[in-house]
Design a protein around this ligand. Structure first.
Ligand SMILES: NC(=O)c1ccc[n+]([C@@H]2O[C@H](COP(=O)([O-])OP(=O)(O)OC[C@H]3O[C@@H](n4cnc5c(N)ncnc54)[C@H](OP(=O)(O)O)[C@@H]3O)[C@@H](O)[C@H]2O)c1
Length: 247
């Protein structure tokens, strides 16, 4: 039985995320177009702090975004604040809608999402923002520590074309820094599927940041919690230097 207090907190949180996002994005920032050229439909699984912020940036850039979570009726305020390119629905609807999916839920929910939606996520480009936090996510955080986060996410979502992205900084900082003048804020990404990485890089640009391709899913360790690339509020050139990547 859902706790009504938790539910109220969620509605407030989702509305606050939308307001914060709206205040942070200047008209000049909204006008700065990204680099994919083509606008693709995007579904989000999760529409909390990160989902509403990054999804909102894509809407401002001209992408259609269907936001989802287990309580899509609570997302009305968010989508109303973002205008006609934004809609809300169920997780199944978001997966069917999106050519790319933003997966942005507490890490402990990933095995359940894999069980319930794994078949429909097969072949989809999935940008995974999720961090494993021991106090919140339990035993799976230990698995992530041992095997690396990219490999662990892929284990629970086999067949998804997974790219790690948008996990290293707070949603508030993303909201503040999106579309800032050059040098843009660097966002590290990693994945095994080259085409998925290319699409994800374009979506990072469309959100107003500079992608830095760190490597394959095994390399996502470099910017998981506790890794040298985590929490780095730097430009792409600085991040490449810190991670000893080719310029
Ligand atoms: N907050 C940050 O600044 C930040 C920065 C980088 C990365 N991250 C990581 O990104 C992920 C999302 O963080 P957040 O701060 O945005 O979380 P959040 O604000 O708590 O939002 C989580 C969202 O996921 C939904 N959700 C939870 N369980 C679900 C399930 N089983 N199926 C479908 N939807 C589910 C929630 O809605 P319902 O409960 O209504 O379903 C909510 O919309 C986390 O893994 C976090 O560690 C967060």
């Amino acid at each position: 039985m859902p706790n009504p207090i938790d539910r109220d907190r969620r509605v407030v949180l989702k509305a606050a995320g939308a307001l914060l996002f709206g205040a942070a994005l200047s008209p000049a920032g909204a006008a700065a177009q990204g680099a994919t050229g083509a606008k693709i439909p995007i579904g989000t699984i999760g529409a909390g702090h990160i989902g509403s912020t990054i999804g909102g940036l894509w809407v401002k850039n001209g992408h259609k975004v269907l936001f989802s979570d287990r309580h899509p009726e609570d997302l009305k305020g968010l989508v109303a604040s973002l205008g006609p390119l934004a809609q809300a629905g169920t997780v199944a609807q978001a997966i069917a809608f999106g050519d790319a999916i933003l997966l942005t839920v507490p890490y402990g929910a990933i095995p359940q999402i894999g069980r319930d939606y794994g078949a429909t996520l097969k072949g989809k480009i999935v940008l995974d923002t999720c961090n494993a936090v021991p106090a919140r996510d339990g035993a799976i955080a230990e698995e992530v520590e041992q095997n690396g986060i990219g490999v662990t996410s892929q284990k629970y979502l086999p067949g998804a074309r997974l790219v790690r992205a948008f996990n290293t900084m707070s949603y508030m900082y993303f909201a503040e820094q999106a579309n800032r003048p050059d040098p843009k804020l660097a966002v590290p990404i990693a994945g095994d599927d080259q085409e998925a990485v290319r699409v994800a890089a374009g979506l990072v640009r469309d959100a107003g940041f500079e992608p830095v391709v760190v490597g394959k899913l095994t390399d996502a360790r470099l910017f998981q919690r506790g890794g040298p690339g985590y929490g780095q509020r730097v430009s792409a050139a600085e991040l490449r230097q810190k991670l000893s990547l080719k310029p």
